[in-house]
Design a binder for this molecule. Structure first.
Ligand code: CMC
Length: 435
């Protein structure tokens, strides 16, 4: 629960109207917030904050980011400790329930997820309605939204049991749906889940196995993907999470709310950055490689060029994204285990990073590599095509979206989201007579 601070905030006006006092609340860590809920009733004014740069939209206990320190906590645990000591389903349990599972809870949770990974057979036919060359995020947005039509026995959001089942279904079925979207694009048969594999091992098999031969999941690949999932599991009130909360605030069912999150994640400034980052590296490699990095960086710094260094910069981190460090470590491990140490794209990325970290433009703006800078290289080495990167992100982020949606529904202060505006259109006017 947020704590009322001794401090108060006072808003005064230059026109002589009476000042207004607002309560200030403190969280466990992080900046205090000024409670302006009564601002409109007391002053007739709204606040103006495009992009919500200065607005805490909710109270939350799930994830904490200190952007200046480059710190990320899941339920209080630092991301590097989590990444080194937990698997993705430990993290999913932690994010959903607030604590890491004990061995019995872990066994039960793993089994529950495993036994919900198969999808309704009819979904295969629904998927077949898409063009084979459709973007996987277009397919995923449709498939996740469609789950509400296939699993309408768990869409009553006022029923805690329905909420629990839909959460398990979404987490369990996401890998199956992403792998199905991939297999469909290749024209290969769908591979059903196999219950003796881990969550991530099962995803790897559904992606890369064919019915023609046995498939053995490579440990390094499984570990690398598991880390990608862990690093993407939740990230506070980012655009897609806020979308899920706003969409869910109307009381819609969780499948519809998560589909909205998938759609938001697709954008190149958010989840689509990993695909855009790899495309940028490939383009640069095809047009001169390391020798042309300097020239490319000049374009990035030229505001008229419209070119951004993808995988760099973050709305909250004004320091090295802690996930980027872990991803760089995984990148080295995967490339070495797969005999790809000389990967030219990795070399290119390291060179871009080196230059950027020394360049005044990036230093002044506190632009550092974010998680997407290296995740594309890892996924490409594993054999995941760039068009599927954001779908892999969506798979992992589903855990965070559901936890945040659940937290919102349990919050006594929860209301339908309804931002206001500063209207700049025409004042009232009459339609001309001839109309
Ligand atoms: N390359 C070049 N310049 C940049 C970049 C970049 N990647 N990012 C920010 N800037 C500049 C920007 O032009 C602006 O300069 P000025 O002050 O001179 O106008 C300044 O830095 C601040 O940028 P901003 O766009 O106001 O910052 P923001 O907080 O609104 O945007 C961002 C954050 C992530 C959208 C942006 O940094 C960006 O577009 N990065 C590239 C895309 C990317 O990698 N996104 C992944 C984010 S992490 C994964 C996720 O959470 O989904």
């Amino acid at each position: 629960m947020m704590k009322l601070s001794d401090k108060k905030a006072t808003l005064s006006f230059s026109d002589g109207s009476a000042p207004i006092e607002f309560p200030v609340y403190s969280g466990t860590i992080g900046p205090d917030v000024i409670d302006i809920r009564k601002l409109y009733s007391q002053s007739g004014m709204f606040t103006y904050d495009p992009g919500f740069l200065a607005t805490a939209s909710c109270e939350s206990s799930i994830t904490f980011i200190d952007g200046d320190k480059g710190q990320l906590l899941y339920r209080g645990y630092p991301i590097d400790q989590i990444a080194k000591n937990c698997d993705f389903l430990d993290v999913a349990y932690l994010i959903l329930n607030g604590e890491l599972p004990n061995p019995a809870q872990k066994t039960e949770f793993d089994s529950l997820i495993t036994h919900h990974s198969m999808v309704h057979e009819q979904l295969h036919f629904f998927l077949r309605g898409f063009r084979r060359d459709a973007h996987p995020m277009a397919v995923l947005t449709g498939l996740v939204g469609a789950l509400s039509a296939f699993y309408h026995d768990s869409t009553d959001i006022t029923n805690p049991r329905h909420r629990e089942i839909s959460a398990i279904r979404l987490i369990a079925k996401m890998p199956t749906l992403v792998a199905m979207a991939y297999k469909y694009s290749l024209g290969q048969p769908f591979i059903h889940p196999q219950n003796d594999l881990s969550y991530t091992g099962n995803f790897v098999r559904m992606m890369f196995a064919t019915p023609c031969e046995d498939y053995k999941v490579n440990d390094v690949v499984e570990r690398a993907l598991d880390r990608i999932f862990i690093l993407h599991a939740d990230h506070e009130q980012n655009a897609s999470t806020s979308t899920v909360r706003l969409c869910g605030s109307s009381g819609t069912n969780p499948f519809a709310a998560i589909a909205a999150g998938v759609a938001c994640l697709w954008g190149p400034a958010h989840g689509g950055a990993n695909e855009a980052c790899l495309q940028m590296l490939e383009h640069l490699q095809a047009n001169g490689g390391v020798a042309k990095v300097g020239e490319f960086m000049e374009k990035v710094k030229d505001k008229n060029s419209g070119v951004r260094l993808m995988g760099f910069g973050h709305r909250v981190y004004k320091n090295y994204d802690p996930r980027a460090k872990l991803m760089q470590e995984t990148c080295k491990e995967v490339l070495s285990a797969l005999g790809l140490e000389k990967d030219p794209l990795f070399k290119l990325a390291m060179e871009l990073e080196r230059i950027a970290l020394e360049d005044k433009y990036f230093v002044d703006r506190k632009l550092y590599p974010n998680v997407d800078f290296y995740s594309g290289i890892v996924q490409r080495a594993i054999g995941i095509p760039p068009s599927l990167f954001t779908a892999v992100f969506a798979l992992a982020r589903t855990v965070g979206w559901i936890a945040q949606w659940n937290e919102m529904l349990s919050d006594p202060d929860y209301k339908i989201g309804r931002p206001r505006q500063l209207y700049m259109g025409s004042a009232v006017r009459n339609v001309p007579a001839k109309h």
